[in-house]
Design a protein around this ligand. Sequence first.
Ligand SMILES: O=C1O[C@H](COP(=O)(O)O)[C@@H](O)[C@H](O)[C@H]1O
Length: 318
Amino acid sequence: MATSTFLSLSCTPQSMLHSKHKSQTQSSTMSLVSPQLVQKHLYSPLRHNVSSLKPKRIHVGGLVKASMNNNKDVHVLSKEHLAVSLAKYVADLSEKYIREKGRFTVVLSPGPVKYLRKLVEPPYCDTIDWSKWHIFLVDERVVPKTHVDSNYKLANDSFISKVPIPPLNVSTIDDALPADGAADVYETTLRRLVTSNVISTSSLTGFPKFDLMLLDMGPDGHVASLFPGYPAVNETSKWVTYLKNAPKPPPERITFTLPVINATSNIAMVVTGAGKADAVYSALEKGPNDNKLPIQKVNPEGDIKWFLDKGAASRLYR
Ligand SMILES: O=C1O[C@H](COP(=O)(O)O)[C@@H](O)[C@H](O)[C@H]1O
């Protein structure tokens, strides 16, 4: 009931989307931040002594954009600006892939969905062609979809239920199965969608190639449910694997494998909180020969953009 009230007040019905399409293109090129807001939220980078960090440009707007010497695209933002910036980034990609391919494949994880709140508000909620979106989960806890630990429940409560994405375009696990069966069935679902040309494949590796993954990482450097030292990290042939003994509860999970993550066209790595600063530092500052953490093995064929808050970025600046 609450959901339909929200939709009727804030989102344009699907039937009106086409007439709105022109204004979407125009609005996506406009500045999203007023000068007043810029001053209010602006903070400067702290003096840094990390020799490899060479910020090229500093943008106002609550945003410090640093280009790392290793080509990593890192944005450090206030939480408010992170949500604003992420919404524009996602909306622009949605427009591009729908224009080019007629659909947009998006993989969610729990952390970033909390920062999609601006995407479910005007202008985006009215201008994005949600009917062309296809949603997947990078990992899932093997619990009922109504369980508080379900990644689907979190994504649905804070994002999916608030926009008119067709329910059939949301791929969730079969929560009646054990972890191994759920992983197999999820991989079968992906293979079927590759066959029907909804999901592309990498011309380099043959793995499914999603348009966008919104990822998070844990303070231990895990990404999806790929935990340091666990065999799932080394999986090289399966698309989806499982674990029954995750170090973080709940223990039973399914997860996309690294070759699938690394085939992606665009990854937004959304990381907040000082508790993750060490892992962020390892991911962005340590060399390729120090691939100890799963997050350090994320190296997509496409682009990766980091959206950090000041806490998560705190070891990058001194
Ligand atoms: O369990 C999970 O955790 C990570 C995020 O770590 P957290 O410590 O911030 O909860 C997330 O990326 C992953 O998808 C999720 O299943």
